[in-house]
Design a binder for this molecule. Structure first.
Ligand code: HEM
Length: 399
């Protein structure tokens, strides 16, 4: 069984367990490395001896010829995505983005998120059934990120289509040349759209994140238009599919563990802890990529510079060295402490927002039903390795 078969995608956890017990650091079929245990994954995430691999290469890159046109639109955007910055450049950009993405700004969204969940659940509750992904798990974060950025509601689906094509190329090791070519065309359209929106907003601000990014200033530093456009596409990408998968994977896990769902019905105040445990149990982001700046050792294994290293967050979350009964779902688990939002310098900017959305979604589902049932025998997982999520999840709702 490998991670790349449909069977492996359905349940990668037995394979992760095997790999974890074989070694903390293993060679991958792509010639890179994979780190499987909690402690070294956590340590590498926090270490300044590694950086995120940018995924684009200059024409004279020692690692080999570029897969993307170094002057293409995809390259331009990736060059400015926060995730792919390092050192000083990362600190500066992150500080400017965090300035407009404060915990207070996120907390202020709570009433809107709650209202949106109620709105989205209403027709499903009347019907007594729901396709969770398309009716709740996708539209909730997608609507919130559009509103937060200031992307008009009628443009949401266009942005979603551009994002889906781009997302397929985030992991350059597994995407095809055809996917890259398609993403280049799509990114040109997306970029033109965002810049047109920015031009409108310069004349007529709408009080959203895009406007704040245009206005933000810190110690004389501003964001350039290239940085704003690129991080608008990145925030849209990062801000919806991951949260969709937290809600989808999380509910599916609860439905397969009815005693845990019952515990949540009995004690709704467990919801915050339950979200942490659901993140741990089936992580929406399965791994974080890194490269070493210089040759070094991880757990006694010599790792070359610039060679891709996959930090297996999902495997680390199930490491018995860190958690008792790691393969059991326990919504009351003390200190689930998942690595699902990463750690260190690149710790997820949207963690508070994702938690807020998931907490409201699960709290409302439990508060407005007497029971939720799985209405399908088999579920299909999306083909991506890095972003783990369901194509669809059909359930019955009992009131
Ligand atoms: C359940 C939902 C989410 C999960 C599991 C998740 C996971 C992650 C992970 C693992 C990283 C670190 C990647 C690395 O170190 O290589 C990350 C970074 C990031 N995430 Fe999230 N994310 C989620 C939701 C969001 C949302 C809602 C937003 C924005 C609205 C967001 C924006 C970002 C950004 C901007 C970064 C880059 C931070 C940096 O490089 O400094 N994420 N996320």
């Amino acid at each position: 069984m490998t991670l790349f078969t449909p069977q492996g995608r359905e349940d990668p956890y037995p394979l992760y367990a095997q790999l974890r017990e074989t070694a903390a650091v293993l060679k991958t079929p792509f010639g890179g490395w994979m780190v499987t245990r909690y402690e070294p994954v956590d340590r590498v995430l926090r270490s300044a001896a590694f950086r995120t691999p940018r995924g684009f290469r200059e024409a004279n890159d020692p690692a080999g010829p570029p897969r993307m046109d170094p002057n293409g639109m995809l390259t331009l955007h990736r060059r400015h995505w926060l995730l792919f910055q390092s050192g000083e450049a990362h600190t500066r950009l992150r500080k400017l983005i965090m300035k407009v993405f404060t915990p207070r700004a996120v907390r202020a969204l709570a009433p809107r998120v709650e209202g949106l969940v109620t709105e989205l659940l209403r027709p499903a509750l009347e019907r007594g059934s729901m396709e969770v992904i398309s009716e709740l798990a996708y539209p909730l974060p997608a609507t919130v990120i559009c509103e937060l950025l200031g992307i008009p509601a009628e443009d949401r689906e266009r942005n979603r289509a551009w994002a889906a094509v781009t997302a397929a190329t985030v992991d350059l090791q597994t995407c095809s040349d055809a996917q890259l070519a398609l993403a280049e065309v799509s990114m040109r359209e997306w970029d033109a759209y965002i810049r047109e929106l920015l031009a409108t907003r310069r004349k007529q601000p709408a009080g959203a994140l895009l406007d704040d990014m245009l206005a933000v200033e810190e110690e004389g530093l501003r964001l350039t238009e290239d940085e704003i456009a690129a991080n608008a596409t990145f925030l849209f990408l990062a801000g919806h599919e991951t949260t969709t998968n937290l809600i989808g994977n999380g509910l599916y896990a609860l439905l397969r563990h009815p005693a845990q769902l019952a515990a949540l019905y009995a004690t709704p105040s467990l919801v915050e802890n339950a979200i942490e445990e659901l993140l741990r149990f089936d992580s929406p982001v399965q791994f974080a990529p890194r490269v070493a700046l210089e040759p070094l050792e991880i757990e006694g294994v010599q790792v070359e510079r610039e060679i891709p290293i996959a930090l297996m967050l999902a495997s680390a979350n199930r490491d018995p060295r860190r958690h008792d009964r790691p393969d059991e779902l326990d919504v009351a688990r003390v200190d689930p402490k998942p690595l699902s939002f990463g750690g260190g310098a690149h710790y997820c900017v949207g963690a508070a927002l994702a938690r807020l959305e998931a907490q409201h979604a699960f709290a409302a589902l439990v508060a407005s039903t007497r029971g939720i049932g799985l209405a399908t025998e088999r579920v299909a997982w999306r083909p991506s390795l890095g972003l783990r999520g369901l194509e669809a999840l059909q359930v019955t709702l009992e009131r």
